[in-house]
Design a protein around this ligand. Structure first.
Ligand code: DQA
Length: 170
């Protein structure tokens, strides 16, 4: 059975398509869900795509994911900038987390530049619209496929680079 990645969407993302299209584009959340399904299939993983306007529900889903999902992709919407509860749940999950935003939060109001979610995230993708979800899925697929191999090859490279005793390197 393929590993399943939880793709979480927070408040107001159910309105995509009609909500400020000049910022968030014309795609609906269903379009993005379909894109995630297609992308996941091509990566050999599965997705569990969800949206909620409730912080409590999102926290509960993250808690459930601890034992049933291989990674989490999250666009927490406005909760990105306010929710310590969601940060704590993501941290407690010990799963690889990638944070996504459709808009470039650094080109917008000052208050959007701070993200609590980032403290629990392995990576952050923003400003690329729905493509951000595709990139996040590719990143999580790689993180869950080869965690030990990557560590081993990093160690190998590091030991190769260590100069032999007494030898000077420039
Ligand atoms: C958002 C950015 C947030 O600041 C905002 O509150 C959202 C959407 C994005 O995808 O660009 O709801 O997360």
């Amino acid at each position: 059975m393929p590993s399943t990645v939880l793709v979480l969407n927070g408040p107001n993302l159910n309105l995509l398509g009609s909500r400020e299209p000049e910022i968030y584009g014309h795609e609906t959340l269903s379009d993005i869900a379909a894109l995630c399904e297609r992308t996941a299939e091509s990566l050999g993983i599965a997705v569990d795509f969800r949206q909620s306007n409730s912080e409590a529900e999102l926290v509960n889903w993250v808690q459930e994911a601890r034992t049933s999902r291989a990674g989490i992709i999250i666009n927490a919407g406005a909760l990105t900038h306010t929710s310590v509860a969601l940060l704590d749940a993501l941290t407690a999950s010990s799963l690889p987390v990638v944070e996504v935003h459709l808009s470039n939060i650094f080109r917008r109001e000052e208050f959007r530049r701070h993200s609590y979610i980032s403290l629990a995230a392995r990576g952050v993708i923003c400003g690329l619209g729905s493509q951000g979800y595709e990139l996040a899925l590719a990143a999580v697929a790689r993180l869950i496929a080869k965690p030990s191999k990557r560590t081993a090859s990093t160690q190998k490279t590091a030991s190769k680079k260590t100069p032999a005793k007494g030898k000077r390197t420039r």
